[in-house]
Design a protein around this ligand. Structure first.
Ligand code: AHR
Length: 532
C-alpha cells in the first residue's frame, strides 16, 4: 500500500483515510473540498504542432483544393475534433524544426514561397505552404492561444524581433503593411514567444552560460506591440539537467515569464538491458514488464518537476516564472513500414493511462506548472489524432484530454490516495494516480488512473468540506493492455459512463477497472450550506 503525499492538508486527509481500506475497497481516495489550491492553468492541456512528418501537411493543412473536406485549407474533421476538446494553446513551428525555420519563407503568395529541406525530420521537402498566417488563422479557428517558437539556432535577434513586429504591430510600419498586403489587417494576438528550442541539443549544442547570454541579448529586442499579452519563454532543460535550470534562472530568471522542460518517456530506459534511443520499444506489441516501465517513466515526471521547481524556487520564490513542460509524452519505435523520420506511432490504453498520470502530476504542481504541451497533436509521437488520407481517428490519448477538459481553469483540491502499488521485478509505482479540482460552475472533478494492467480496484472516495448530492463518471479502458483504435476499428477504446457508482453520505463507492482512466463529476454542497 502507498500513501501518496499530494497536499498541504495532510491531517484532514489522513483522518479521512482512516480506517485503512477494508477488503471490500482496495483503494481509498480522500478529498478536502474546503482547502482550495491553485487554479489549473488551461494551458496545462496545450499541444505541440511541429513541421514533422504528416502533422502539418495532411494532419492539419490539405489546401483549399483538396478533396478532403476543409475550411480554407485546414481539414474540417481535425479542426472540429480539436474544438471539441477546447485546445487551450498550440505551440508551433517546432521543436528542432524551429531551430532552422526562417519565418519570411512562410509568408506571401503560396505559389511563390521557397521550398526547403526538413533536415531534422526525414530530409523531405518543406513547401512552406503553412506559415505564419496559416498558423495564426488555424489557432483562431480552433480557439487556441498562440505559442510561436523563435529560432536561436540559425536565426538572429533581428529576425525574431521583426517576426514579433509583423505579428503584433497595429502601426503602419513597413512590416505591418506587408502583413496587411498578405491578407491580415488587424494584428494577431501573440500569447507566447519562445527564445529558442532545445538550445542544449538540436537548437545549437550550446552550453547553458552561452545560451543564457544569448537569451539576455535577444530578450532585450523582443518588443510585442503595447497591449499584447505576449509572455516570453526560455529554452529550458532536457529531463533531469538541473544545472541548465540553475544557469538560466540565475542569469536571466528576471527577464522571462516561463522556463521550459522537455521530457519523453522512453520505455526501454527502464527495461533491462538498458535501452537506447535506437530501440525504444514497440507502441503496440509490448509485455506487462514494458507496461510497468512506461508507468515508471510517467511517474518520473513528478520527480523532474519537483527538482526543477526546487531550483526555480531559489531564484523565484514568488513563482512568477512558470515551468512550461512544453514537450512531453511517450516516444516509441516508429510504426513498421512508416518513414522513421516521421515519428509515427500507434496509441494504446497504455498511452491513455500515462497521459492521465502526467496530467495529474501537472495538477499537483499547478502553482509552478502553468503550461504543458503534449508531443504532438496529429500523426506524430503520442498523437491525439491519426489521419490516413481522408480518414481520421481519435486516439485513447485524445479521449483522456476530452475527459479532462473541464479541469481547465478549475481550482485544484488536495487529494490523498491509499491503493495497492503496482509491483514488477521488485520495483513499485503507485497503483492509483489521482487529482481533484472544483470547476467554475461548482462541480468537483476527480481524475483517477488505475495503473494495474489486470487488476480492477473496488474504490471508495471520501469527501471532506462538502456534502455530496450526485456523482457521475466517465471511464476509458480497453479489452487488452495494447488495445487501440485503428482505421478498421476506430472505437475500440472510447469512454463510457461509469456504472455501479453508489452514493452514501460523504462517500462514493465504485470500481476502477484494470488499466483505466476515470473522471468523476460530483455535485456537492459546501459544508456551510452554500454551493461548492
Ligand atoms: O518532438 C520531437 C522532437 O523532440 C522535437 O523537435 C525536439 O524539440 C525534441 O527533441
Amino acid at each position: 500500500m502507498r500513501v501518496g503525499l499530494q497536499c498541504r492538508h495532510l491531517l484532514v486527509l489522513l483522518g479521512l483515510l482512516l480506517p485503512l481500506p477494508a477488503a471490500a475497497q482496495d483503494a481509498v481516495i480522500a478529498i478536502d473540498a474546503a482547502q482550495p489550491g491553485p487554479v489549473l492553468a488551461p494551458e496545462i492541456q496545450g499541444q505541440f504542432a511541429e513541421h514533422l512528418g504528416r502533422l502539418i501537411y495532411e494532419g492539419i493543412w490539405v489546401g483549399e483544393k483538396s478533396p478532403i473536406p476543409n475550411i480554407r485549407g485546414y481539414r474540417k474533421d481535425v479542426v472540429e475534433a480539436l474544438k471539441a476538446i477546447r485546445v487551450p494553446l498550440i505551440r508551433w513551428p517546432g521543436g528542432c524544426f524551429a531551430d532552422e525555420y526562417h519565418w519570411r519563407d512562410g509568408i506571401g503568395p503560396r505559389d511563390k514561397r521557397p521550398v526547403g529541406v526538413n533536415t531534422n525530420w526525414g530530409g523531405v521537402e518543406e513547401s512552406n505552404q503553412f506559415g505564419t498566417h496559416e498558423f495564426m488563422e488555424f489557432s483562431e479557428l480552433v480557439g487556441a492561444r498562440t505559442y510561436v517558437n523563435g529560432n536561436v539556432g540559425t536565426g538572429s535577434a533581428r529576425e525574431m524581433a521583426q517576426w514579433v513586429e509583423y505579428l503584433t504591430s497595429p502601426s503602419r510600419s513597413t512590416l505591418a503593411q506587408e502583413r496587411r498586403a498578405n491578407g491580415r489587417d488587424k494584428p494577431w494576438t501573440l500569447d507566447w514567444f519562445a527564445i529558442g528550442n532545445e538550445t542544449w541539443g538540436c537548437g545549437g549544442n550550446m552550453r547553458p552560460e552561452y545560451y543564457t547570454d544569448q537569451l539576455r541579448q535577444i530578450r532585450t529586442f523582443i518588443k510585442p506591440a503595447p497591449g499584447q499579452p505576449t509572455r516570453i519563454l526560455a529554452s529550458g532543460a532536457n529531463a533531469g539537467d538541473v544545472k541548465w535550470t540553475e544557469a538560466v534562472m540565475a542569469g536571466a530568471g528576471d527577464m522571462i515569464d516561463a522556463y521550459s522542460l522537455h521530457f519523453y518517456d522512453i520505455t526501454s530506459a527502464y527495461t533491462l538491458p538498458a535501452g537506447t534511443w535506437e530501440k525504444k520499444g514497440s507502441a503496440t506489441e509490448f509485455t506487462s514488464a514494458e507496461w510497468f516501465a512506461s508507468m515508471v517513466g510517467a511517474y518520473r515526471m513528478d520527480d523532474l518537476v519537483t527538482r526543477h521547481s526546487a531550483v526555480m524556487n531559489k531564484y523565484d520564490p514568488a513563482k512568477r516564472v512558470a515551468l512550461a513542460v512544453d514537450e512531453w509524452g511517450n516516444w516509441f519505435d516508429p510504426t513498421p513500414g512508416s518513414n522513421p523520420g516521421f515519428l509515427e506511432q500507434q496509441n494504446t490504453v497504455r498511452d491513455a493511462v500515462t497521459a492521465a498520470i502526467n496530467l495529474n502530476i501537472f495538477h499537483k504542481h499547478a502553482d509552478r506548472v502553468r503550461m504543458a504541451n503534449i508531443a504532438q497533436m496529429v500523426n506524430v509521437l503520442q498523437a491525439l489524432i491519426l489521419t490516413d488520407g481522408a480518414r481520421m481517428l481519435l486516439t485513447p490519448t485524445y479521449h483522456v484530454f476530452d475527459m479532462y477538459k473541464d479541469f481547465q481553469g478549475a481550482t485544484s483540491l488536495p487529494v490523498q490516495t491509499i491503493a495497492p502499488d503496482l509491483v514488477e521485478g521488485g520495483r513499485r509505482v503507485p497503483g492509483v494516480s489521482a487529482s481533484a479540482a472544483r470547476t467554475k460552475d461548482g462541480r468537483i472533478l476527480v481524475a483517477l488512473a488505475n495503473t494495474h494492467p489486470d487488476r480492477a480496484l473496488p474504490a471508495e472516495m471520501r469527501l471532506a468540506g462538502a456534502s455530496l448530492a450526485k456523482a457521475t463518471g466517465r471511464m476509458l479502458t480497453g479489452p487488452a493492455i495494447n488495445s487501440h483504435n485503428s482505421f478498421i476499428t476506430p472505437a475500440q477504446v472510447t469512454p463510457v459512463d461509469l456504472t455501479g457508482i453508489v452514493l452514501n453520505g460523504d462517500r462514493v463507492t465504485f470500481t476502477l477497472p484494470a488499466r483505466s482512466v476515470t473522471v468523476l463529476s460530483l455535485d456537492a454542497t459546501a459544508a456551510s450550506g452554500g454551493k461548492e
